[in-house]
Write a protein that binds this ligand. Structure first.
Ligand code: CO8
Length: 255
């Protein structure tokens, strides 16, 4: 198995373990990843972290050697498979953190962009180099990148294939933070900033913000009023407000 699922404290950890090919994603690895995500969804993990084995790459993208000499229908099904797995990732019940510990190219960056958050080590390089292969991104890159960095920067990255370093990635909003030291420890520390909050409330927040990028302000405000009202129906909201009044720490039960 290339996709290894383990547990670190309150987080599930998926490691792509194919360092000899810079953790490139073959179609069978995509299947493994989909199955691992199904498993994570049933656990009590409060966060999912995804990283690549070794210290050179998070993931160098789709397995280029597998992409040649396939008919059009297979290519379309391949793109749809990658998109479906990454959409599953973006809709997990818990937040996800891409721990980008080296190259995140093509499908690798698309995988990271489907996560809720992205952290990158100082040696990371992030890019969508498909244009250099005569291709364009197929696992969500043309849609998720402009949502993160805006149209002009997305067009530049996709049309030049230029990779960005972590400082630029942080400046344009492609990553949340640059990390130094042990990447997983750093990611765990980052996750502790939200891990103790109510999981359904975190889910409502993610759903509302994600919808904001797709719909009009008027519709978005309606979504927000519905989701924030739903949040009031949770026992966790009652606990949070009671704890405030009683000047104590809340104990959320995810209900
Ligand atoms: N696929 C397959 N093998 C790869 C990949 C890849 N994406 N990337 C690296 N490898 C392999 C290399 O072939 C090499 O193997 P070998 O030792 O057997 O020759 C090994 O990993 C190490 O790589 P390098 O020797 O090239 O390492 P370098 O440090 O010299 O270079 C780079 C690192 C710059 C990351 C370089 O490997 C590179 O440019 N890789 C390709 C990056 C890329 O173009 N990614 C985008 C791929 S396309 C995509 O992701 C989406 C396409 C749309 C999908 C639609 C589906 C139908």
């Amino acid at each position: 198995m290339v996709v290894e699922l383990s547990r670190r404290d309150e987080a599930a950890l998926i490691t792509l373990n194919r360092p000899e090919a810079l953790n490139a994603l073959s179609f069978s690895i995509l299947d493994e990843l989909g199955a691992a995500l199904d498993e994570v969804a049933t656990t009590d993990a409060r966060t999912l972290m995804i990283t690549g084995a070794g210290n050179k790459a998070f993931c160098a993208g789709a397995d280029i050697k597998e992409l040649r000499n396939r008919d059009l229908l297979s290519q379309k099904r391949g793109a749809e498979k990658g998109q479906a797995v990454f959409s599953k990732l973006s809709m997990l019940p818990m937040p996800s953190v891409a721990v980008i510990n080296g190259y995140a190219f093509g499908g690798g960056l698309e995988l990271a962009m489907a996560c809720t958050f992205r952290l990158a080590t100082t040696n990371a390089r992030l890019g969508l180099p498909e244009i250099k292969l005569g291709l364009i991104p197929g696992y969500g890159g043309t849609q998720r990148l402009p949502r993160l960095v805006g149209e002009a920067r997305a067009l530049e990255m996709i049309m030049t294939g230029r990779a960005v370093k972590p400082d630029e990635a942080e400046r344009i909003g492609l990553i949340n933070r640059i990390i130094d030291g042990d990447p997983i420890e750093q990611a765990l520390a980052f996750a502790r900033e939200f891990n103790a909050y109510s999981l359904p409330a975190l889910g409502f927040a993610r759903a509302a913000v994600t919808r904001a990028l797709d719909i009009s302000l008027e519709e978005g405000l309606r979504v927000e009023s519905e989701l924030s009202t739903l949040a009031f129906r949770m026992k966790d909201a009652e606990e949070g407000m009671a704890a405030f009044e009683e000047k104590r720490k809340p104990r959320f039960a995810d209900e």
